[in-house]
Design a protein around this ligand. Structure first.
Ligand code: URA
Length: 259
């Protein structure tokens, strides 16, 4: 339930409500990475991340961010009742409880963001922000320029036409075509359905970029913490960059990025 920020700060036992108001006006309080300087702000202490002078309110857990190179054949969940390999099988060295942001099909490999930052994950998955995703797609057969253009301009799927996309041809030979496809949508099995719609089934699919992040330094099955710049890029993608971090004065710990 949402309550006034000063009330939440006072209820956490940090200070009086009056002093909390002064802290807000002084720009010492941030909500979800954004400094708040107005008293009307309402927050949900359960889901919003509140910081005073860069330190999380007690109970606001440390936020961490990792890039995972999901191999083919791994289910994008933390538990599979059918006993298949899941993302959780690769997280033994990660002390925090993180979850995958969005999902990749069982037979898609590539970039999955893992975090415990619910508000950021929510935004990244929300269609309003149209977060950019790039896939390296290999399809069967030699794709015509016309078919590639169709992917770019939009194809009609059963849940409606796809939005304009970007295509970069990498290889075209009699048996297969390889290209990069950049989308701002995230519908179920979208790339596979788009390619099927133009007559070329996907034989291999790898997500190589997500919201400005890349698989740099990773082999399938490996995980790495995000660098500071990567986290800022991610936040920019969903307009959550804090004023402080953009001016370079926010303290960032080493190891996995924390906020
Ligand atoms: N599009 C697909 O078809 N599958 C994925 O896993 C991701 C995008």
């Amino acid at each position: 339930m949402k309550e006034r920020l000063q009330k939440v700060l006072a209820a956490a036992g940090l200070t009086s409500r009056r002093k909390a108001e002064a802290w807000i006006l002084q720009g010492r309080v941030a909500v979800n990475g954004r400094v708040v300087t107005q008293l009307g702000c309402k927050v949900d202490p359960e889901t919003d991340r509140i910081e005073v002078d860069g330190r999380p309110l007690q109970g606001s857990e440390r936020r961490v961010y990792y890039v995972f190179y999901k191999p083919r054949g791994v289910v994008t969940t933390l538990f599979d009742p059918r006993g298949r390999r899941t993302v959780a099988d690769y997280l033994a060295d990660i002390p925090e409880r993180v979850f995958p942001v969005g999902r990749l099909d069982l037979n898609t490999s590539g970039l999955l963001l893992l975090t415990n930052d619910g508000p950021l994950a929510h935004r990244l998955m929300h269609p309003r922000f149209g977060v950019e995703k790039t896939y390296r797609v290999t399809v069967a057969g030699k794709m015509s320029d016309e078919a590639l253009k169709k992917l770019e301009n939009g194809v009609l799927l059963e849940d409606g036409p796809t939005a304009p996309a970007r295509v970069r041809l990498r290889l075209r030979e009699p048996g297969r075509t390889v290209f990069e496809l950049t989308l701002h949508e995230g519908r179920n099995r979208q790339v596979r359905r788009m390619c099927e719609a133009v007559g070329h089934p996907v034989v291999d699919l790898v997500r190589v970029r997500y919201a400005g992040l890349t698989l740099r330094g990773l082999a399938p099955g490996q995980v790495r913490p995000l660098g500071r710049e990567e986290l800022e890029r991610l936040r920019k993608a969903v307009r959550m960059l804090s004023e402080r971090s953009s001016s370079g004065t926010m303290k960032v710990n080493s190891g996995p990025e924390t906020v």
